[in-house]
Design a protein around this ligand. Structure first.
Ligand SMILES: Nc1ncnc2c1ncn2[C@@H]1O[C@H](COP(=O)(O)OP(=O)(O)O)[C@@H](O)[C@H]1O
Ligand SMILES: O=c1ccn([C@@H]2O[C@H](COP(=O)(O)OP(=O)(O)O)[C@@H](O)[C@H]2O)c(=O)[nH]1
Length: 237
């Protein structure tokens, strides 16, 4: 089977910290870079939205009394830092990569521009979208669904710590069962927390297929883009 031509990969901020409690874990980052390189070598065009949970989350700031919109701006800046860290790791490994940010920061990265992003992807660059959607009260899951729709990705991939979508959060409910596949209608109706509802709804509306998979499993990203049995696929059928 031929690989998907263009993907949008959502990488959570927490994944970047590996076994650590904060920040970046170099070997973990190198493992992700190797997986990303493997799929670019297949000719797959890769857009990435990166989270910020390893550095800062708006909801956590709000819990300690901060204004939520201000805390979310800090969260968005955290995602820009992660985008830069990932870009650096990719470039050092010989994978050309660019950063586009939804929040304008002169000299740090280019501002988000859909046409330019598509041109970069077609030229063989990985494009990392930092800053989420650029708006408070949203998440990088929603940013990932949004950018996937904008760049015309054939598949949205949620790279995470669990190996798919379960009937309940497997971290909290050991009896939870993994789905091989399910529909967006079902994911929304059952309130499955692996992706936020706004992101699920956007995927459903735009008819975007999603695969949730464990990024800590070597070679998993390649198997997903090759259409092999890996993770859980969520789609409209
Ligand atoms: N139904 C579910 N199926 C799979 N994972 C779920 C489900 N509900 C909640 N989760 C949780 O969602 C997490 C994946 O989301 P992710 O964005 O990577 O983490 P976080 O939300 O902690 O940043 C998993 O680690 C898992 O604990
Ligand atoms: O469109 C967005 C995306 C992210 N954020 C902020 O950035 C933080 C980090 O993003 P997220 O929690 O999605 O990261 P992840 O869980 O994937 O590490 C969030 O908590 C929000 O505060 C935001 O305000 N708007």
């Amino acid at each position: 089977m031929a690989p998907v031509r263009r993907i949008l990969l959502k990488l959570s901020g927490e994944a970047l910290m590996g076994p650590d409690a904060f920040g970046y874990h170099a070997d973990t980052l190198a493992g992700f870079v190797a997986q990303i390189r493997e799929v670019t070598e297949l000719g797959v065009q890769v857009g990435i939205v990166v989270g910020g949970g390893n550095l800062f989350r708006g909801a956590t700031g709000a819990l300690s009394g901060m204004n939520r919109a201000t805390a979310d701006s800090m969260g968005m800046l955290a995602t820009v830092m992660n985008a830069l860290a990932l870009k650096d790791a990719l470039v050092q490994a010989g994978v050309p990569a660019r950063v586009q940010t939804a929040v304008a920061i002169a000299h740090v990265g280019e501002g988000f521009e859909r046409d330019a992003a598509v041109r970069e992807l077609e030229a063989g660059n990985v494009v990392i979208f930092g800053g989420g959607t650029g708006n408070p009260f949203f998440t990088t899951d929603t940013a990932a669904a949004l950018r996937a729709a904008e760049i015309g990705a054939g598949l949205l991939l949620k790279a995470t710590k669990v190996d798919g979508v379960y009937t309940a959060d497997p971290k909290k409910d050991p009896s939870a069962k993994r789905y091989e596949a399910l529909s967006f209608d079902e994911a929304i109706a059952r309130n499955l927390g692996v992706l936020d509802t706004a992101a699920f709804a956007l995927c459903r509306e735009q008819n975007l297929s999603l695969v949730v998979f464990n990024v800590f499993k070597p070679g998993a990203l390649k198997r997903v883009v090759m259409g092999e049995d890996e993770g859980t696929r969520v789609s409209n059928h």
